[in-house]
Design a protein. Structure first.
Lengths: 166, 117
């Protein structure tokens, strides 16, 4: 099954696509008007990633952002959200860091059902196509991720995103 | 399948339509009830319901003069809503990343001009 969403591109802005590519894989794509080494740098440098990973109006803010972008290195993002009593931590290991074309990391905050994220940076004519894939260990684990994210948080997330896009 | 899901994404892009889904998640309602609740004309609400129905998110049935609406296939609507949310999060992130990348590119250009770096 393939599902796909594409935003309406504004003039001069490249569209983001997102979809379920298979039973256990999600894929997001976007083109940037810059060489791959620049885009790669923004994914692997803490001071840069902090400025885009949590769009302001999402209501979340970084408490800390540790990135050791080497194969075998670890990352740890900690966020605060007004609606959450405890800070939220996201962490894992880099399985592969190959500048400026490929990044692979684990997502370990959720235990064993976590996805492996692979990001590729393909440069062509000064532009870079970013393809991000979240590969879950099984169909059940992706279904579980979808089910847990679509109940309680559904309305709140949409409210935040409405504020963001307003 | 894909075109049906595209229709779902379009259907979910509107705040009133998401409100209608939320309302129908609590109880089935007639078009008149929905129009009252969302302070809309019957015609306006019919249009919204039509879009939701086309996307398979809502099913309607006419009994006498009253058209009753209920949620369509629940499984599809949950996955579609989640994917829409996921898509919007990444679109928002990437718009921010675009600005960072543009700044870095500009900085590199300026450094070149001043003979630095």
């Amino acid at each position: 099954m393939t599902t796909q969403a594409k935003d309406e591109a504004l003039p001069g802005k490249h569209p983001t696509t997102a979809g379920r590519k298979s039973d256990r894989e999600l894929v997001v794509t976007r083109t940037f008007d810059a060489p791959a080494r620049i885009v790669f740098e923004a994914w692997t440098t803490s001071d840069l990633l902090k400025r885009w990973w949590v769009p302001k109006s999402l209501g979340m803010s970084f408490l800390s952002c540790e990135i050791d972008a080497r194969t075998g290195g670890t990352y740890r993002f900690v966020f605060a959200h007004p609606a959450a009593e405890q800070p939220m931590a996201f962490f894992g290991r880099y399985l592969e860091v190959a500048p400026p074309s490929r990044l692979v990391w684990t997502n370990e905050e959720g235990g064993e059902g976590g996805a492996i994220t692979t990001v590729t940076f393909e440069e062509k004519d000064g532009r870079t196509l970013v393809v991000m894939s979240d590969l879950y260990p099984s169909k059940e684990s992706l279904d579980e991720a979808i089910a847990s994210g679509s109940t309680a948080e559904y309305d709140e997330a949409f409210a935040q995103l409405d504020a963001l896009l307003a | 399948m894909t075109s049906r899901l595209d229709a779902s994404f379009a259907a979910l892009s509107d705040a009133t339509r998401r409100g209608v889904l939320e309302q129908l998640g609590r109880k089935d309602s007639s078009i008149t009830e929905l129009a009252d609740r969302f302070h809309m004309t019957l015609t306006g609400m019919k249009k919204h319901v039509g879009i939701l129905e086309q996307a398979g998110l809502v099913a309607t049935r006419k009994i006498g003069r009253v058209r009753t609406c209920r949620l369509g296939p629940r499984r599809l609507s949950e996955e579609t809503a989640w994917l829409e949310q996921y898509h919007r999060l990444w679109a928002a992130r990437f718009d921010e990343l675009d600005k960072i990348v543009e700044g870095l590119k500009q900085k590199e250009k300026n450094d070149d001009h001043t003979g630095k770096g």
